[in-house]
Design a protein around this ligand. Structure first.
Ligand SMILES: [Zn+2]
Length: 191
């Protein structure tokens, strides 16, 4: 089973979820790469493009199978990304393999500076993918904290964690890997 990964060479969190700026009530984060140039985001899991909304070049990618979340949850996952300047490489129904470059930083939408707005929703794509909250911000359906969903690959350099409690891919110990032992006659059990 794939672990869901936040795959950029450099992680630079420029705004965290529920921030006071444009993320009020919204658990999405803004991420940039090494510098003000355009860096790329690789697909966090093998997924299918479910929707593209061209005003802000929003793309919803839904995992084709259940994936492992950074907090240990196992479920389908949908991610929504905004601000790429050109998404003509993507079509609804495309299958993107985990690790494939599919999205990049940009400044399309009401933003200044190249970045990616990244939101994670638990489960499969639902409805039209998002809803407007009380502050006028558009949130992905079933939104959850990004750092509880996506692992950071071991080779990603963290420039700014945003103060979030990221879990490295290699720190995760898979459950259900213990060896089952059948008690036989003569064993002594200490409780
Ligand atoms: Zn944002």
């Amino acid at each position: 089973m794939e672990k869901a990964l936040l795959m950029m060479d450099y992680l630079n969190v420029t705004q965290i979820g529920d921030g006071s700026f444009s993320h009020k009530g919204d658990l999405a984060i803004d991420i940039a790469g090494k510098d003000s140039n355009i860096d790329y985001l690789k697909a966090p899991f093998t997924g299918i493009v479910r929707r593209i909304y061209s005003n802000v070049n929003a793309v919803w990618l839904e995992s084709v199978d259940k994936v492992v979340y950074a907090d240990g949850t196992i479920d389908y996952m949908t991610v929504m990304t905004l601000h790429n300047d050109d998404v003509s490489n993507l079509k609804v129904g495309n299958i993107i393999k985990q690790g494939e470059i599919y999205y990049k930083e940009g400044s399309t939408g009401y933003v200044t500076g190249n970045h990616i707005h990244l939101a994670v929703g638990k489960g499969k794509f639902k409805g039209n993918g998002w809803y407007e909250n009380n502050y006028g911000n558009w949130c992905i359906n079933n939104q959850i904290e990004v750092s509880k969903a996506l692992f950071i690959p071991s080779n990603t350099k963290i420039i700014n964690s945003g103060g979030l409690n990221w879990i490295r891919e290699d720190e995760f110990i898979e459950e259900n890997t213990y060896i089952e032992y059948k008690v036989v006659k003569g064993d002594r059990i200490f409780m």
